[in-house]
Design a protein around this ligand. Structure first.
Ligand code: SF4
Length: 79
């Protein structure tokens, strides 16, 4: 699987990622994107299956602020 999260400090709430990959990205009350896949809650720890890689990559490529982070391993974020 792949792992993803959104850096909300740089997200400008443009709405592109949720349109591209609606099963992975949704928006919080401020319109900032976050990963919702499988209850991830933007932690970047839930594995996203192979058949969604194209959507992930398209969303990442389409983000105007490079706020979408994707990796092959779970992210270990400090709160
Ligand atoms: Fe935020 Fe990037 Fe998604 Fe736009 S595409 S809402 S800037 S994460």
């Amino acid at each position: 699987g792949k792992y993803s999260w959104v850096d909300k400090d740089t997200c400008i709430a443009c709405g592109a990622c949720g349109a591209t990959a609606p099963d992975v990205y949704d928006y919080d009350d401020e319109g900032l994107a976050e990963v919702i896949y499988d209850g991830d809650a933007n932690r970047g720890i839930m594995a996203i299956p192979d058949d969604m890689y194209d959507d992930l990559q398209d969303a990442c490529d389409g983000c105007p602020t490079d706020s979408i982070k994707i990796a092959d391993e779970p992210f270990a974020q400090s709160e």
